[in-house]
Design a protein around this ligand. Sequence first.
Ligand SMILES: Nc1ncnc2c1ncn2[C@@H]1O[C@H](COP(=O)(O)OP(=O)(O)OP(=O)(O)O)[C@@H](O)[C@H]1O
Ligand SMILES: [Mg+2]
Length: 258
Amino acid sequence: MGAKVITVALNKGGTGKTTTVQALAAGLSQMGKRVLSVDMDSQGNLSVAMGAKRSGRTVYESLVTGDDADAAIQHVNYGDMIASSPRLADLDTVLSRTTAKEYRLKEAIAPLKERYDYILIDTPPSLGAELSNALTASNYVILTAQPNSFSLDGIDMIYRSVIQPVQKYTNQNLRILGILLTRCKKNTSIFKESLEDFSSIAKEMDTVLFDTSISDSVRIQVIQSYNLDFFSKSSGCTALGEYADFTNEFLDKIEGER
Ligand SMILES: Nc1ncnc2c1ncn2[C@@H]1O[C@H](COP(=O)(O)OP(=O)(O)OP(=O)(O)O)[C@@H](O)[C@H]1O
Ligand SMILES: [Mg+2]
């Protein structure tokens, strides 16, 4: 069967992409699933959050020189991971004169798919070669958004300028699994209004707004600042409970589509 490949994306910065990949990797590996996370962002936030080294082989070598991605795999807090390198920021320039530059990641992870149930890809807040490679390699994309108009504009832009072209030219199988609202202040009227706006943009893109949304929580920032275990001592933290619910919703949706 091989792994299902899922990219988490939005060109707008700070919308919870990395945190969502970390939560899914933690939740799925706790359930006994075999998970490989791939950090396609030169910022390396996911690599750091997962306790990976950023020296030695990273995803960059596999993309640029075609090195065996197997050699870049590290065992980390939640399953396995391929870390990113700061050099990924030059990917667009480095690949600019090559053909089929969108297919590099797909080719790199193809031999690894039999060993995992899920391959999760974190992407940067931009619309370059890292994103087009991730989407070309994926079965699904999850869009993470904060409940505000900038995120709404970001969704419109990523859909028109990258997702639709990828679906047309490089990966006809790519589906948008859904939009996840993060960092929500749920008792505000702006949040309640956002639910309608994001549901209707989801409908226009033939996808859904996930039933679960994630509350704004200092605990998430503490976990990431001190490199703590994601779900330990989760009792009493609304956002961590919501990420556990989201992991279940994610599994129900994906397994329902098999
Ligand atoms: N639910 C939450 N509540 C409070 N803070 C959060 C939450 N989710 C993420 N954060 C914090 O918000 C910041 C941005 O989150 P994150 O890095 O996951 O976003 P991102 O979309 O990956 O950002 P970038 O676009 O820079 O890659 C981080 O400092 C993170 O700790
Ligand atoms: Mg990030």
